[in-house]
Design a protein around this ligand. Structure first.
Ligand code: COA
Length: 180
């Protein structure tokens, strides 16, 4: 298990899946904003993404996020889009509603950076988020990510086009202990 200050990132367990499915995927507004694609219903128990135990997509590493104190499931974290030639990947985080706004997101990004840079030896990590997602932007920036681009009206989300922000962090700029 990867350990942050308050969170652990561990493998997806079978018992996590119904919780994640119900609290993240079946929340249409949340899934539409976080998923980057049109929401559609998925039958419980289906091996279909997004929360299967074994993700068949190469370059995608799914974690379940737990509280270090007690081990309660609080969300998901993902390293995705790994490119072994350019040594880059993207990070994704999705916390259960009850776990948001408590500093966990910032801690999860820190743990994912440790995984990407120290464990996988990557050179560049990227976070892609909607421009109005202040909590995700701050979680990234608190870990040293810089805003690199705004993709204007690039995301169709529940009836409107929204801007997307790309943030990047390079290995040489990563400060593992930094908490701004
Ligand atoms: C985005 C997300 C991962 C952030 O994690 P979090 O634990 O809620 O965020 P934190 O508590 O670590 O807060 C990080 C910063 O955002 C701020 N923040 C938190 N919630 C906020 C909100 N609703 N509105 C504005 N700012 C907020 C905090 O004050 C903190 O700011 P600071 O660094 O200046 O002190 C989490 O809210 C989440 O999973 N949301 C739903 C799914 C999602 O949007 N995923 C990202 C898709 S790209």
């Amino acid at each position: 298990m990867l350990r942050g200050g308050k969170v652990g990132l561990r493998a997806r367990h079978a018992e996590d899946i119904p919780v994640l499915h119900g609290e993240l995927h079946d929340d249409v507004a949340n899934a539409s904003r976080a998923g980057g694609r049109a929401w559609r219903p998925i039958t419980p128990g289906s091996p279909t993404l997004p929360f299967a135990e074994d993700d068949p997509e190469p370059g995608r590493v799914p974690f379940s996020v737990v509280e270090l104190a007690g081990g309660t499931l609080i969300g998901v974290a993902t390293l995705w889009g790994t490119d072994t030639h350019h040594r880059s990947a993207h990070l994704g985080v999705g916390l259960l509603p009850s776990a948001r706004g408590k500093g966990y997101g910032t801690d999860v990004v820190a743990a994912l950076c440790h995984y990407g840079f120290a464990v996988r030896g990557l050179h560049r990590l990227q976070i892609d988020t909607l421009a109005d997602n202040t909590a995700m932007l701050r979680s990234a920036e608190r870990n040293g990510f810089a805003r690199e681009a705004v993709l204007r009206s690039s995301s169709w989300v529940l009836g409107e086009f929204l801007d997307e922000v790309l943030l990047g962090l390079l290995a040489e700029d990563w400060q593992p202990a930094a908490r701004g």
